[in-house]
Write a protein that binds this ligand. Structure first.
Ligand code: SAH
Ligand code: SF4
Ligand code: F3S
Length: 470
């Protein structure tokens, strides 16, 4: 048994990260033959992509994907720790599965993802959720076949969570959710330690993949007909800063654009590391999409300082203005936290003013949620939850209004759309995303799925556009 340890997870020791090729252990044979699996994913794109690896590893063992969780032989919850409610959702699901296991003793239940890296969570699983058969963390995803086999052989609860990140694993199998767009990890972990955030603990220190490995993966996607890649990392602009090389995110973006993949996206960008060179490259290459997620978190420089974000409101606005000026047709989205400890009405009003100024194309807004072991959870917090809820409501009514206004400005324009599939509600209705990342619905033929076509915007709603093929 290997349990997570927060003290170790916090340490950022200087150590050479080694690359290791994923190897399938042939001796496991078809461990899952005749069995079905279901992976339930919570959290961000990192987790979604990890689940693509998990699924492929299970299929190598002979397991078959099932669409129905309750009827599956193996259920894995890939969890998220970012806020209390993500936690509660996963524990609620564990409760449900605990009951299911009372009637179906042969059900195998696994838990992984960011919650598995938390000391408190694993402790609770050890004491209250003995029904969980195995747990593995974010650093040892590739060990899933071994951990599963160990459990299946012994019928004991297996817990293997590493607190210190190990090697960079290359060549893991992947079962991609889409045939047209793909996630490509460019780095793992985060060293920023924003004071509210649990990610540096659950994902470990920043480790950049080698550029050759990233470019090879993108080239393979291009030759398999993929139309879009999203370069993934908690803080992609810091790509390469953990290595001895000068090769930066701007260089990587340029090289990925040169592979001729029709669309390149990237997320998430911390404003701190966003360089002028990156802006130039984005503006220069038409296949780098003009859509940037630039989390601001707060409009008050005082709160930003307490958050450890390393920029002021003024610096953020300067960067924002530069992007708007230099990148034609750019859409900018953001994340905002309300009710950070000590946030006053004045601080909050500055956030509202910033939202009015930036007129974001999209914004993900959250009430601050204290996370175990982070610096902010030790700060005094006098604002009642009810007041925080009111602030969230006030902020949302402003940001929503701009989503609609920005969408309305697109009416009459013809925009390139990557057609992704059918809408659930209408057989003839297709949906896709514009270059600047807006969801658009339009009538069209199935054969268009997976192609990039011009669509005219005919109507605008808060969250989507309606269009017609031209
Ligand atoms: N690496 C990304 C953020 C990943 S987490 C970045 O730095 O931009 C996604 C969002 O969740 C954050 O941008 C933040 O707005 C929100 N978030 C993170 N920790 C939170 C917490 N403790 N309470 C509320 N929201 C939080
Ligand atoms: Fe969390 Fe900050 Fe790292 Fe983003 S940059 S993952 S908010 S610590
Ligand atoms: Fe959640 Fe972990 Fe992503 S905490 S947001 S799944 S990195």
């Amino acid at each position: 048994m290997q349990l997570p340890n927060y003290k170790e997870a916090r340490s950022r020791k200087k150590q050479q990260i080694q690359k290791e090729e994923y190897k399938k252990d042939e001796s496991f044979g078809q461990l899952g033959k005749g069995k079905t699996y279901y992976v339930k994913t919570y959290g961000c794109q990192m987790n979604e992509h990890d689940s693509e690896n998990i699924k492929a590893m299970l299929e190598e063992l002979g397991f078959i994907e099932s669409l129905e969780m309750e009827a599956s032989d193996l259920v894995i919850l890939n969890t998220c720790s970012i806020r209390e409610n993500a936690h509660n959702k996963a524990f609620g699901m564990l409760g449900r599965l605990k009951h299911l296991k009372e009637t179906r003793k042969d059900l195998i239940l696994g838990l992984c993802g960011c919650m598995a890296q938390e000391e408190g969570v694993v402790d609770e699983i050890l004491h209250k959720y003995r029904q969980v058969d195995f747990v593995f963390g974010t650093h040892n995803l590739h060990r899933l076949p071994y951990i599963l086999k160990k459990h299946m052989d012994s019928n004991q609860q297996e817990i293997e969570v590493l607190s210190v990140e190990g090697n960079l694993i290359e060549g893991m199998p992947v079962k991609r959710a889409s045939k047209h767009k793909a996630f490509v990890n460019i780095m793992y972990g985060c060293d920023k330690f924003c004071t509210y955030c649990i990610v540096p603990y659950t994902r470990g220190k920043q480790r950049s993949r080698k550029k050759e490995d990233i470019l090879k993966e993108v080239e393979e996607l291009v030759s398999s007909g993929y139309k879009e890649v999203t370069l993934l990392g908690q803080n992609v602009n810091a790509y390469g800063k953990d290595t001895d090389s000068d090769y930066s995110m701007a260089n990587l973006l340029e090289d990925v654009a040169k592979t001729n993949i029709p669309r390149v996206r990237f997320m998430t960008s911390h404003p701190w590391d966003f360089t002028d060179q990156m802006i130039e490259i984005i503006a220069k290459y038409p296949n780098i999409m003009p859509s940037i997620h630039l989390p601001v978190q707060s409009g008050s420089s005082r709160i930003l300082k307490l958050m450890g974000r390393r920029y002021t409101k003024e610096e953020y606005i300067k960067l924002f203005d530069k992007m708007k000026e230099k990148i034609p047709n750019v859409s900018i989205s953001t994340d905002i936290i309300v009710g950070f400890p000590g946030e006053t009405e004045e601080d909050f009003k500055e956030t509202l003013e910033l939202a009015e100024y930036c007129k974001y194309d999209n914004a993900f807004t959250f009430i601050y949620s204290p996370r175990e072991n982070t610096a902010a959870c030790r700060l005094q917090d006098d604002t009642p939850l009810q007041e925080k809820e009111k602030r969230l409501y006030r902020l949302n009514s402003i940001v929503n209004q701009y989503f609609l206004e920005n969408n309305q400005k697109m009416i009459g324009k013809t925009v390139p759309v990557l057609v992704e599939g059918h809408n659930e509600n209408g057989k003839t209705e297709l949906y896709g995303y514009t270059d600047n990342n807006k969801l658009i619905n339009f009538d069209g033929d199935d054969s268009l799925i997976g192609t990039i076509i011009p669509v005219e915007v005919v109507d605008a709603k808060t969250w989507s556009l309606d269009g017609k093929i031209v």
